[in-house]
Design a protein around this ligand. Structure first.
Ligand code: 4AD
Ligand code: MG
Length: 484
């Protein structure tokens, strides 16, 4: 039974456009997108990408009263909902009164009703949510967040909150942000001159987490099926369109799953999210589709997408992901045209070499033309926790690669054998004292299990068709970028 008492005094534009309750007295509040002929106000309140037009009766309102109305100003409008006589919109508001809640000096307000470049909008990150592109992305981010929780909840998974401050390095990449309260100018030193972290806040060296996985595994060894959804941090100095220093990751971890079930879960998960967006966010997707078409108009034909955004999403939804091993991937690459013509920036090395994003893109965009799951990577280029295969040289890793992006998911079956895990951490030079608690799960009631991490912003790139990861998170954190 619903007992909600929360009601706003105003209607949302989304409701008004759907309900078409003509003749009704309504109040809307929002920001002016256009203002024409001193009487037509085009308003947006963020509830939908669609605007509503409000028409001021100039017989009742003096020009003086409308002086403060300009693009970007915030208005509260009372009026009657009417069937629109103008083309392009079905509904409009006949204004009975309005109040300017906040003016926006037209000389100074940086957003104008014209196309601004994404680069420029990054410089005004505090105002870009007021553009169609970014409000569409923010609504989509919300929808995807909700769909992620729904997907796992409906399948009996439990959401676990893993710590953001950690003393361990899950991925072993060592590119972490230190968390300390020591005075950088005068830190306590040990006898050998190194910093004495025993005197730091936590009594040890701590960092922002790169992944919730290790803690997630602890919970999976009790609850069976869990997932995390939290911020993760990586201090890799890679100024690419695919990397952020702060990004969000969804990490399911499932007891008794092996690598094939892990792949099935990953494929189902991505397809569910696409289907959810197509079902619930069509207005925003249509807008983003058109944005991409406009953006690609200036490009040479061979660089334009073969499918539009919505066709691409439908295509991925309706086709099975290709599944290949690392060894097969390397063979394909060695026999590829760009390899033979010396066109790859990074030449394909011998077996054991770490694929670069240009190689992953070749596999998904040119060779298979659909998402690909690559498994069984060489142990040496993957993390210590991955299940060692019987061949003695590969691990049960899986990367999901998608067109336009490359890697969107990384995961594996986990090494559940205590002796093999100990051997691996020695090989990777990981001190046992740092992860004794993780090792304990293999000593007490160990079980086969598997999981993966989906980069939320990589998913958002894929769903929105945007090309720079800084444009799919409200306030990006990247090298030399932490404004707003
Ligand atoms: O492949 P990664 O490093 O895997 C892990 O962290 C595992 N612990 C996950 C697990 O098995 N539970 O990262 C997972 C995903 C990548 O596939 C990518 O989508 C995203 O996280 N990712 C980034 N996204 C944005 N910026 C970065 N710097 C990213 N690094 C990884
Ligand atoms: Mg990875």
């Amino acid at each position: 039974m619903s007992s909600s008492t929360y009601k706003t005094k105003q209607s949302s534009i989304k409701e008004l456009l759907i309900a078409k309750d003509f003749g009704k007295e309504i109040v809307v509040k929002g920001w002016v997108r256009f203002f024409r002929s001193n009487r037509f106000v085009i308003l947006n309140d963020g509830s939908t990408i669609n605007n509503i037009q409000a028409v001021i009766d100039l017989d009742k309102v003096s020009a003086d009263q409308t002086k403060g109305i300009s693009v970007g100003a915030c208005l509260s409008i009372s009026g009657k909902l009417m069937e629109s006589s103008g083309s392009g919109q079905a509904v409009e508001i006949q204004v009975t009164s309005f109040e300017i809640l906040g003016e926006a000096d037209p000389e100074k307000y940086p957003l104008q009703p014209k196309k601004h470049s994404l680069e420029f909008l990054r410089e005004i990150g505090h105002l870009r949510p007021r553009t169609n592109t970014f409000s569409a992305i923010l609504r989509l981010r919300h929808a995807m967040t909700f769909a992620i929780h729904k997907f796992y909840n409906d399948r009996g998974f439990f959401n676990v909150h893993t710590p953001i401050i950690t003393g361990s390095d899950c991925e072993g990449a060592g590119e972490m942000f230190r968390v300390t309260t020591l005075d950088p100018k005068n830190p306590p030193l040990k006898e050998d001159g190194s910093v004495d972290y025993k005197q730091d806040f936590f009594g040890k060296e701590t960092n922002l987490t790169v992944s919730g996985q290790l803690n997630g595994e602890l919970a999976a060894m009790a609850l069976g099926k869990i997932y995390t959804f939290g911020p993760t941090f990586r201090a890799e100095n890679s100024n690419t369109t695919r990397h952020l220093a702060e990004f969000w990751m969804i990490e399911p971890e499932v007891a008794f799953n092996e690598i094939t079930e892990n792949m099935d879960l990953a494929e189902d998960f991505i397809k569910y999210l696409i289907a959810y967006a197509l079902e619930n966010n069509m207005d925003d997707l249509e807008f983003l589709k058109q944005r991409l078409i406009d953006e690609e108009k200036d490009k040479p034909k061979e660089q334009r997408s073969e499918m539009d955004l919505i066709e691409k999403l439908r295509f991925v939804l309706n086709n099975k992901f290709e599944r290949i091993t690392y060894t097969e991937a390397i063979d394909i690459l060695k026999n590829s045209k760009p390899h033979k013509a010396g066109k790859f920036q990074f030449p394909i090395g011998e077996w054991g070499f770490d694929m670069q994003s240009e190689h992953e893109k070749y596999l998904v965009e040119k060779h298979f033309k659909k998402p690909v799951i690559v498994t069984n990577y060489p142990a040496a280029i993957k993390a210590f926790y991955m299940k060692q295969n019987d061949d003695g040289k590969t691990v049960a890793a899986m990367d999901v690669l998608v067109p336009g992006i490359g890697e969107i998911i990384g995961g594996s079956q986990r090494e559940d054998n205590y002796d093999k895990l100990i051997e691996a951490i020695k090989r990777f030079n990981i001190p046992e004292k740092d992860i004794w608690w993780y090792l304990d799960t293999r000593r007490f009631g160990s079980a086969p299990h598997a999981g993966f991490g989906l980069g939320f912003e990589r998913l958002m790139l894929f769903i929105s068709g945007m090309s720079n990861i800084r444009d799919v998170i409200p306030f990006p954190r990247a090298p030399k970028t932490a404004e707003f």
